[in-house]
Write a protein that binds this ligand. Structure first.
Ligand code: ASP
Length: 450
């Protein structure tokens, strides 16, 4: 029998009705044996997430030693969820009392923030009649604060082996000192991926409030096509460039275990969603381009020096300057006598840019230095591009027909990604143009949405 690990996000578990819906989904398929849950999220756009309320609790606790005032809202929210589920007899009050005391006792931001997942998992386990297994006993971090694979996976396997069904809180684990530590925000995706790998699941279902990934940002193109299938590599390129449905770190554990992820919609469970597949299972790509993503606000430092190609150590010296200043670069396209550094502008504010250029001049004496600011990067990603002739010609042709000036081009060595640098002001137009070129006119562009 196949084995599925599910993760439900905060909006899928925001109130009692949603939790009942998630429980229904879980019970409908016998392969769904383990579920990782987020804390209740927003019920409407102005609503507050439980995790944000818990951070407020922590701030109160830090100041006064008590979280009594801020905890009232959390208690109220869980009490209403309990009432909506008709679970008044479950004893949530006592669990909430104990949690409030534990927050005051532990005096830790991470412990406090983790209690949303903890409380929700306790409640959902009772609703389903499944075993609650605390993530603190399954997921571990090393002394550097990194996820400790060697310790966690054997424990996950061993602890869940004899457990037919389990509910596990997302977002946290235990650090090297035995204290609760959280992942970064949205980290329940990562917990789900780790559990899926640990139990050797056949599938990781990530249940959220959208029916999968879209080929580009719906705020720029109205109703863009949905991606039915995407490879881990493509997802990595797109999420790195700003497309976010899934926490970026959630990709690695399942990818290593060759476990597919299915992004599913709790509110439209019959929709197939998007299937994220390891390359070995991906097969032939039907689309030339899978998706388009981008980000604004980069700076390009363009260096030119004749005979640069013959100068041993040129790039190393330039990169050493960046390293000494603790600045990371995003891309480094180069020509025979030219080299460009693409850096997020936020790292160069407050005089850092001028200092950096001076240091580069001192290190490598370039003939010419030029700086382009307010640059946006747009990545066009797809496995299909590698094997078909003329994709970049189409891309650049479409941009030139729209009068968009390309300031920089970078085609990564992966051959599944072409990145263009354009002025920030051309960003939306650029995304729309590329979308139209590769996905057709069928979907109206959303000039009106902007
Ligand atoms: N509840 C946490 C957050 O709001 C983690 C998660 O939902 O994945 O970031």
């Amino acid at each position: 029998m196949s084995l599925t690990v599910c993760k439900f996000g905060g909006s899928s578990l925001a109130d009692g009705n949603n939790i009942a819906r998630a429980a229904d989904i879980l019970l409908r398929d016998g392969a769904r044996r383990y579920v990782v849950v987020s804390a209740p999220g927003k019920r409407f756009s102005a609503d507050e997430k439980i995790t944000d309320m818990l951070y407020a609790c922590w701030r109160e606790c830090e100041k006064t030693g008590s979280c009594a005032e801020a905890f009232v809202k959390i208690r109220k929210r869980f009490t209403s969820i309990v009432a909506e589920l008709g679970m008044e007899g479950f004893g949530m009050d006592a669990i909430l009392d104990e949690t409030e005391r534990a927050i005051e006792r532990e005096k830790s931001a991470d412990f406090t923030a983790s209690r949303g997942e903890y409380l929700n998992a306790r409640l959902i386990a009772a609703k389903l009649g499944w075993t609650f297994v605390d993530a603190a006993e399954l997921i571990f971090f090393d002394e550097k604060g990194q996820f400790d694979e060697a310790k966690s996976y054997p424990l996950i396997e061993q602890k869940l082996k004899n457990c037919e069904h389990a509910v596990i809180p997302g977002f946290y684990g235990t650090d090297a000192c035995g204290k609760v530590k959280t992942f970064s925000r949205g980290g329940s995706d990562v917990s789900g991926s780790i559990i899926a790998r640990g139990v050797g699941a056949d599938l990781y279902e990530n249940w959220t409030d959208v029916s999968g990934f879209l080929a580009c940002d719906p705020r720029i193109v109205q109703k863009p096509q949905k991606m039915e299938r995407i490879s881990y590599k493509e997802l990595r390129e797109l999420s790195y460039m700003g497309a976010n449905v899934l926490h970026a770190d959630a990709i690695f554990p399942v990818r290593k275990g060759n476990i597919p992820i299915n992004i599913k919609n709790t509110f439209a469970p019959e929709d197939p969603g998007t299937l994220i597949l390891p390359s070995v299972q991906y097969g032939k790509s039907e689309n030339l381009v899978t998706g388009i993503a981008g980000k604004k606000d980069f700076t390009v430092i363009f260096l030119e020096k004749s005979m640069m190609n013959a100068e041993v150590g040129f790039a190393r010296k330039v990169l050493s300057v960046l390293e000494e200043d603790g600045i990371c670069f995003e891309h480094m396209p180069s020509g025979i006598d030219t080299l460009s550094l693409v850096i997020e502008s936020k790292y160069l504010a407050g005089g850092v840019l001028d200092r950096l250029i001076e240091q580069i001049r001192a290190a490598v004496s370039p003939d010419y230095v030029r700086v382009l600011e307010n640059i946006a990067l747009v990545a066009t990603v797809g496995h299909g591009m590698a094997k078909s002739v003329g994709t970049s010609a189409r891309l650049f042709g479409a941009l030139s027909a729209e009068g968009i000036n390309i300031r920089m081009i970078d085609q990564g060595s992966s051959e599944i990604n072409i990145i263009v640098g354009i002025d920030n002001d051309d960003y939306e137009k650029c995304v729309r143009t590329i979308y139209r070129e590769f996905f057709g006119e069928g979907n109206k562009t959303a000039e009106s949405v902007l």
